[in-house]
Design a protein. Structure first.
Ligand SMILES: NC(=O)c1ccc[n+]([C@@H]2O[C@H](COP(=O)([O-])OP(=O)(O)OC[C@H]3O[C@@H](n4cnc5c(N)ncnc54)[C@H](O)[C@@H]3O)[C@@H](O)[C@H]2O)c1
Length: 259
């Protein structure tokens, strides 16, 4: 496959999980990939594997983003993937936790997009893929993370509308639960957490990083040339409806129907 042949891409948070899968997939599709990560060794490991370039950068810091963009040169595809954050309950979290989560999940996309848009505008083309979450579309705890992911969806729409006339597309994806190291802390507490969560998913499994990478490869490619301002859920059907509630609504529901 070579849907991204000749394209130059930056994947932030490319050293782990979803970002690593996107970096790998982009390389398979023919793209030259800059793997950017806060943890330099992670970026290096992925870059070596895929024949890309590693850059250590904290994408919440403007000076780091400037260095990243400077070293990358021409960029056709930006994937704002770095993110995470488990802080929740407004009554519990501190101002510092709020700022950290919002900076990581929203400000980072602002900084990277702002730095790369002028070049894209000049060339009259470019794609920005923002990795949001189902948390940006409905309540699943982690308030600052979720508020930032919702903000990221609207930032996507803003960029799509404002820069569309320059041939720039901006899209977002909203993954459900994906099996990545992001979950490690919760897995340590409850090793079988994914087995418990699958019942909420119509497809009866959690997602794999490759499920997300498949969608991002499509959205970044010319196969999606008329798609912009869109949010694509990659969630195994999670937000399509509430099966548990529907079962309880139907007259013939019996608790024995539960799987
Ligand atoms: N895993 C899920 O269930 C899930 C679900 C929905 C959305 N997402 C989103 O997908 C994206 C990737 O998540 P993941 O599960 O692969 O996480 P992960 O923790 O496996 O990987 C995140 C990577 O980002 C890097 N990173 C963290 N802060 C950074 C910073 N300031 N600058 C640069 N790099 C930084 C980390 O070092 C790490 O390598 C995130 O935006 C996350 O919110 C994940």
């Amino acid at each position: 496959m070579s849907r991204l042949a000749g394209k130059h891409a930056i994947v932030t948070g490319g050293g782990s999980g979803i970002g690593r899968a996107i970096s790998r997939r982009f390389a398979t599709e023919g793209a030259a990939v800059v793997v950017a990560d806060l943890i330099g060794e992670r970026a290096e490991e992925v870059a070596v594997e895929i024949g890309g370039t590693a850059v250590q950068a904290d994408v919440t810091v403007a000076a780091d983003v400037a260095r990243l963009v400077e070293s990358a040169g021409r960029v056709d595809v930006l994937v704002n993937n770095a993110g995470g954050g488990m802080a929740d309950d407004l009554l519990e979290i501190t101002e510092e936790q709020w700022d950290a989560d919002v900076n990581l999940n929203l400000k980072s996309a602002f900084l990277c997009s702002k730095a790369l848009l002028p070049g894209m505008i000049e060339r009259g083309s470019g794609v920005i893929v923002n990795v949001s979450s189902v948390n940006g579309m409905a309540f699943f705890a982690n308030e600052p993370y979720s508020a930032a992911k919702a903000g990221l969806i609207n930032l996507t729409r803003s960029m799509a509308v404002r820069y569309g006339r320059h041939g720039i597309r901006a899209v977002a994806i909203a993954p459900g639960t994906i099996r990545t190291p992001l979950w490690q802390e919760r897995i340590d507490k409850e090793p079988a957490i994914f087995d418990r969560l699958v019942r909420w998913y119509p497809l009866r499994r959690v997602g794999e990083p490759e499920d997300v990478a498949n969608a991002v490869a499509f959205l970044a490619s010319d196969d999606a040339s008329w798609i912009t301002g869109e949010v694509l859920r990659v969630d195994g059907g999670l937000l399509a409806g509430n099966e548990q509630m529907a079962r309880e609504l139907v007259a013939n529901f019996s608790p024995d129907d539960e799987e």
